[in-house]
Design a protein around this ligand. Structure first.
Ligand code: NOJ
Ligand code: NOJ
Length: 461
């Protein structure tokens, strides 16, 4: 049986867009129950996301960050955004039962593979795979920019490894082999350059970043397992050695006194006003890396950091004082980027608010799988915030409280979705930001990453 969103999504290609929207046009999502909104938003997000993959006038494989070509100009292929979006497409490919859609996903992924290969061999100002963005015809962007951004190659490797593994499990060994050189290129770069300072994912600060390092760490772990599959045991060992060292450096980001993970250490350039060093990117790092144990979702230090972020943005943004319970989450409290320029005021972001929904869904799943919740002085307030006064120690799944806590975590995730539902346009359009005073969307419209973040979060629900 076809899933509802697949029917809606396919309809876009056969019947044209208008029919899909008949249900939602001119009616705000605010009063729509979450259960009804989610499948609708799912099909809209997929459709709008797809429009940003190889759109007219771009090379095949390009993922534009947004169709907006001025104020702001996001009409580029960002390596980070593209990797995160294509990761979602690989998930969809794996999940889809519909042959037509499956073929469409597969095509898009191969185009992305080929475009990535081109990017890797195009001379750029930074001279390596840390180059943050490319023109939509594949040419190097040579204007001034915060470069390099070394999370890009790590994220791209993680996405392509997932794809390679999918091909291998379909016994398409020869096709999988085509990916090897592209993946290895990024892994080699990460393994030899991770100690060098680079710009963060927000393209603002040069230094050592928790986000960058944790995705680099996971690329080494997944990379080692991947190259072992093809007998490259020397490389595997080298990657694991790097991962071990990275683990030690990641530990230094924990600020015991403030009880949150610091986003940047050893700053050498870029903006200097992020005094708190408190940044939602650490949560995105935890989600995107998805490690087994190093700063995993259920690490009490991650929970403690998340709570601090939630409280900070709750108090900071006017929209969070009314409307749904879910908190609109921004990048960091001192942010001045309003989606158009950096002399404004920061706002809550859709992709981060969706990320918080995803966090709670994944935490619930993790605890469920473990059958146990470890309560320490570090995460007691995190649970208290959800209405649970727990004493230190292990809470086991046999305990009555365990089940209600899992339910509570899911409900909390839903609150963040409800916050997004409250602010998205009536046609399901998702920009980059939600104005902190009015809640209206602002910044780049149809941000590809915003759609991907919704779809990824939903898949973990
Ligand atoms: C655009 C970047 O993409 C954004 O993250 C940044 O805040 C501003 N430029 C200012 O550097
Ligand atoms: C600005 C964001 O800060 C950055 O993370 C992103 O890559 C670009 N916009 C493009 O979406």
């Amino acid at each position: 049986m076809k899933k509802l969103h697949e029917i809606l999504f396919l309809g876009v290609f056969t019947l044209g867009a208008s029919s899909v929207f008949a249900a939602s046009e001119n009616s705000s999502f605010r009063s729509m129950p979450l259960e009804k909104w989610m499948p609708l938003q799912e099909s809209i997000s997929l459709k709008n996301l797809f429009k940003n993959i190889s759109p007219l006038g771009t090379s095949p494989g390009v993922v534009v960050a947004s169709p907006s070509q001025q104020n702001p100009d996001y009409w580029y292929h960002w390596v980070r955004d593209a990797a995160l979006v294509m990761d979602l497409i690989v998930d969809q490919y794996l999940k889809s039962q519909n042959p037509e859609l499956k073929a469409r996903y597969l095509n898009a992924i191969w185009d992305y593979v080929n475009f990535s290969h081109l990017n890797q061999h195009t001379p750029t100002p930074s001279g390596g795979p840390g180059e943050p963005k490319f023109h939509v015809d594949g040419k190097a962007f040579v204007g001034p920019w915060g470069r390099p951004q070394n999370d890009g190659p790590a994220l791209r490797a993680l996405t392509l490894i997932k794809f390679a593994r999918a091909l291998i499990s379909e016994t398409k060994a020869e096709e999988a082999w085509r990916l090897f050189g592209i993946i290895k290129y990024d892994l080699e770069f990460v393994s030899h350059h991770w100690t060098e300072p680079c710009f963060d994912l927000w393209e603002e600060i040069k230094g050592q970043h928790f986000y960058t390092l944790i995705v680099q760490y996971q690329s080494m772990i997944s990379g080692a397992a991947y190259v072992s599959l093809v007998g490259d045991s020397g490389a595997a060992q080298w990657y694991l050695e790097q991962a071990k060292k990275m683990e030690n450096v990641l530990e230094r980001h924990w600020d015991k006194r403030n009880s949150y993970i610091l986003s940047t250490l050893n700053r050498v350039g870029g903006i200097d006003y992020k005094k708190s060093n408190l940044d939602a990117s650490v949560i995105l790092g935890v989600l995107h890396a998805n490690t087994d144990s190093v700063f995993a979702v259920d690490d009490p230090r991650v929970e403690s950091s998340l709570l601090r972020l939630k409280q900070t943005f709750k108090a900071l943004y006017s929209i969070n004082q009314s409307g749904p319970e879910g908190v609109g989450i921004g990048r960091y409290p001192e942010d001045k980027y309003d989606g158009y320029s950096s002399s404004g005021e920061g706002n809550p972001w859709i992709l981060i608010t969706n990320g918080f929904a995803e966090y709670y869904y994944r935490l619930a799943k993790r605890y469920q799988e473990r059958g146990m919740i470890l309560v320490t002085p570090l995460n007691q307030s995190f649970f208290k915030d959800l209405g649970f006064n727990l004493s230190n120690g292990n809470l086991k799944k046999e305990d009555r409280v365990f089940k209600s806590l899992i339910e509570r975590l899911r409900a909390e995730g839903d609150q963040y979705f409800i916050r997004v539902k409250y602010h998205v346009d009536s046609d399901g359009q998702m920009s980059e930001q939600m104005n902190r005073w009015s809640g209206f969307l602002q910044g780049a419209r149809d941000l590809t990453w915003s759609y991907a973040s919704f779809l990824t979060a939903l898949s973990h629900r």
